[in-house]
Design a binder for this molecule. Structure first.
Ligand code: GAL
Length: 422
């Protein structure tokens, strides 16, 4: 997909591009200084990225933070496209999944084999990770972590107050949600934003089987997208909607997590970056909060691998600094400290488990068992499964469904159309 098309896919008008360029073009970065674009701005995320900054600066490279707030990175991607269009890309940017291939096709990503080969990344990394980091067989991005998306975060105090049990199936979930609602609390904390709507949607789809999930949201098979199981997925999503509070539209994901932390709400469907918020608030898993696989998904795992892609630079010092950054990201030291704060797990299986909590250990175990069982799936909502264009079109359908009386039948028809977006 040409850069122009990528730009168009975010509906940037010329005027808006000019406006955006005027705010996005910082002074040129100086030698031995790297500028890194990311969207890790919540409590837990900011603490995590601060660890990477510390490690890089200890190696004599100044970190110029190019942080653009906005969950799941839609705003950051818009800012990045404007900078690249202006011929002034940052040193590196948080880019992941198939988007790495889209940027690779533009010829703007730097080859970092000079870090990956001596660092033995091919040996260290699971194939599902190393393949995602390469464009035309060469590494262009360094993998930061593995997040699990199909989690349900629970405040056990709220369950107790409501006389509810920890749900593992949908009937148990809706029973708990009814009891929490009856107790006068919010059953499901949610932020009404497309990516968050899509996160719940894909988790419900996964609960109908990893095979169905793969056929519908990875292979985009029309029969799966329009069949009875997808109808059932939207029916379940419609029922979940009735347990979300009226102030959800536009709420940021971490504010929804705060509602569970503070006991205003009982549960939240979210990837385990939410655990980073519980950790940052000093909460202890198993005591102050529970991490449970979303209903009927305990034997499956939707993964979301964050990565930092490197942009071609003319200045040889920038090139050297990119290799320092990439090597730092793959170091066991960074992989441990970053993921302890971020709520994710290391990409390197050789990082000791000792400091990781029960949620992280469960994620490591479940990822390994799902991989063996063939139920390890890429997250569509978090840019691991389909092109940016298809993901955006699917988001539009799902969010319309969440905010209207669209029927499940109408939704599956629209979703199948969205899957054909070029
Ligand atoms: C995901 C990203 C996570 C976290 C989350 C909320 O897409 O991979 O690292 O940032 O969005 O913004």
């Amino acid at each position: 997909m040409k850069l122009q098309q990528i730009i168009k896919s975010t509906f940037i008008t010329t005027a808006a591009t000019t406006a955006l360029l005027s705010v996005c073009i910082p002074a040129q970065v100086h030698a031995d200084e790297i500028e890194v674009l990311h969207y890790w701005t919540s409590g837990g995320e900011a603490k995590s990225v601060a660890e990477l900054k510390k490690i890089v600066e200890a190696k004599g490279v100044t970190w110029k933070d190019f942080a653009v707030a906005g969950g799941a990175g839609e705003n950051a991607t818009t800012a990045l496209k404007a900078r690249v269009m202006a011929g002034n890309p940052p040193t590196a940017a948080q880019i992941k999944g198939p988007a790495i291939q889209e940027w690779g096709q533009e010829g703007v990503l730097a080859n970092i084999d000079a870090a990956a080969i001596p660092g033995k990344w091919d040996t260290l990394l699971p194939k599902v990770v190393s393949n995602t980091m390469k464009y035309q067989g060469h590494y262009v991005a360094a993998p930061v972590n593995v997040h699990r998306v199909n989690w349900l975060w629970i405040n056990p105090e709220v369950l107790k107050k409501a006389g509810a049990k920890t749900p593992t199936t949908w009937p148990e979930f809706f029973d708990a949600a009814d009891k929490i609602k009856k107790a006068g609390l919010i059953a499901v904390a949610h932020g009404g934003q497309p990516w968050q709507d899509a996160t719940i949607f894909e988790t419900v789809a996964l609960s109908n089987g990893a095979d169905f999930y793969n056929k519908a949201l990875v292979k985009l098979e029309p029969a799966a997208l329009t069949g009875p199981t997808m109808i059932k997925t939207f029916d379940t999503l419609a029922k979940i909607k009735t347990y979300i509070d009226k102030d959800a539209p536009g709420r940021d994901w971490n504010l929804a997590t705060a509602m569970v932390i503070n006991g205003k709400a009982g549960m939240q469907f979210m990837g385990d970056w939410a655990k980073g918020e519980f950790t940052a608030a000093g909460k202890v898993p198993g005591k102050d909060f529970l991490c449970v696989p979303a209903p009927d998904t305990a034997k499956s795992y939707t993964y979301n691998i964050d990565s930092i892609a490197m942009f071609k630079q003319k200045d040889p010092t920038q090139v050297k600094d990119q290799l320092i950054l990439a090597t730092a990201i793959m170091s066991p030291q960074f992989q441990e400290i970053f993921n302890l704060n971020k709520g994710s797990i290391p990409v390197r299986p050789d990082v000791p488990r000792t400091k990781f909590d029960s949620c992280a250990i469960q994620s490591m175990n479940d990822m390994a068992s799902s991989n063996k069982a063939g139920t390890l799936e890429p997250s569509m909502a978090h840019g691991m499964a389909v092109s940016s264009a298809v993901q955006g079109a699917m988001f539009d359908v799902i969010t319309k469904f969440m905010n209207s009386n669209m029927t499940s039948q109408q939704a599956v028809t629209e979703l199948a159309k969205a899957a054909k977006t070029k």
